[in-house]
Write a protein that binds this ligand. Structure first.
Ligand SMILES: Nc1ncnc2c1ncn2[C@@H]1O[C@H](COP(=O)(O)OP(=O)(O)O)[C@@H](O)[C@H]1O
Ligand SMILES: [Mg+2]
Length: 365
């Protein structure tokens, strides 16, 4: 096969660009990659050969906003800068970076693309949900659902009887038990319908009310003695979601966080719940579907040691667990439910100060 003639950079310029620590890629007017420095090959996790043959398709996930942006800017001949965007690589990894697209002024019609990786917070580990992994949890979930449902009505009835003869403080707890049992029962009803993958009924929900409920349940149970701090954006709009399913998501995340804090031992361990509105976070959740805006960010942060390297890359897959009594289904269910909401969940280990962040991005109502 004859190689297409491509414009190359003048020697001195090429040597200079090759030595720069900043990732730089040059495209000719037809969009063919003519140059990529070592930093770019490292950043994009693609060889110069692969980039020459396949362009950015060799490095970026199809339909990632970055690829679209680069294409538009190149064709229009404009300088475009996208700050703090999520660059999704072909392997599924996500990197936060500023992306600069600039036409070169040497009359060649070439375009330079450069990236400035965001170094704070430091990404040590980041796993993105794989749809397939979440799906294989479904069969198991359906089986478990059947086994769990029977004892629930007994628990609910007992809590009601206790509540009738209890003082007001204890009655608040028995009410909590009943609410939780009802929630689990409703969840199981839906899990039994997993096979027909019906869309979950969604309404406008206040995410802070959901987090408040989860916090209360956690503090009166599995997270007893661990401070759960709240840092909310009070102006956050409603989420388009299913109340019970979202409670389940954040219960699972807070439970893992509590277990991580407990495992780390010592004093000063804590869990923090944060919410924020993120402009411009648009993601193609599924190649075929249009890009959706996911501006609602909810983070569950803990001061534990984070996942072990062996687990970190597979954290959302079913049966992945590092705990003796763990089932490894908590995060698989989180991934499934968040996916049903058109959202995204990510695991991130941040080094300064050391903390584990589980980040959920959701659409507004
Ligand atoms: N906040 C966290 N900190 C450290 N490791 C975590 C955290 N959340 C999840 N993990 C890791 O991911 C694994 C899977 O979590 P999960 O699906 O909830 O299953 P389980 O909690 O039953 O083990 C855990 O066993 C643990 O190793
Ligand atoms: Mg768990």
């Amino acid at each position: 096969m004859q190689r297409r003639a491509t414009a190359t950079l003048p020697d001195a310029t090429a040597a200079l660009a090759a030595a720069l620590p900043m990732p730089i890629v040059v495209l000719d007017p037809a969009g063919v990659v003519t140059f990529a420095n070592v930093a770019a090959q490292g950043f994009l996790n693609a060889s110069l050969w692969a980039l020459r043959e396949r362009g950015f398709a060799a490095a970026l996930a199809p339909d990632t906003p970055t690829a679209v942006l680069i294409d538009h800017a190149r064709v229009a001949g404009n300088t475009v800068t996208a700050y703090d965007t999520e660059v999704v690589l072909a392997g599924g990894a996500m990197v936060r970076a500023d992306v600069f697209v600039t036409p070169l002024t040497d009359g060649s019609g070439a375009t330079m693309v450069s990236f400035q990786a965001r170094s704070v917070p430091t990404l040590v580990d980041r796993a993105r949900v794989s749809e397939g992994a979440a799906r294989s949890a479904i069969g198991v979930a359906a089986m478990l659902a059947h086994e769990i449902k029977n004892p629930l009505s007994g628990i609910r009835g007992a809590a009601q009887l206790l509540g009738d003869s209890a003082d007001p403080e204890a009655r608040e707890l028995t009410t909590l038990i009943r609410q939780e049992v009802d929630r689990v029962a409703a969840l199981i009803d839906r899990m039994e319908g997993f096979t027909d993958t019906r869309p979950v009924p969604k309404r406008a929900e206040n995410i802070h009310a959901i987090l408040g409920h989860v916090r209360k349940v956690a503090l009166s149970g599995f997270a007893q003695g661990i401070p759960i701090r709240e840092s909310y954006d009070p102006s956050l709009p409603s989420v388009a979601g299913n109340h019970d399913a979202l409670v389940q998501v954040f219960l699972n995340l807070v439970k893992n966080a509590a277990e991580a804090v407990a495992a780390a031992g010592g004093t000063g361990g804590a869990i923090t719940l944060t919410t924020a509105y993120r402009h411009g976070v648009r993601v193609a959740v599924d190649g075929a579907k249009p890009r959706v805006a996911l501006p609602l960010e909810v983070c569950v942060i803990d001061t534990g040691f984070g996942a072990s390297p062996a687990v970190a890359g597979h954290i959302f897959e079913p049966f992945v667990t590092s705990k003796r009594a763990g089932g490894g289904l908590g995060l698989a269910l989180v991934a499934k439910i968040v996916g049903d909401h058109g959202g995204i969940v990510e695991y991130e280990r941040v080094s300064d100060p050391p903390r584990t962040v589980l980040r959920v991005l959701l659409p507004t109502a």
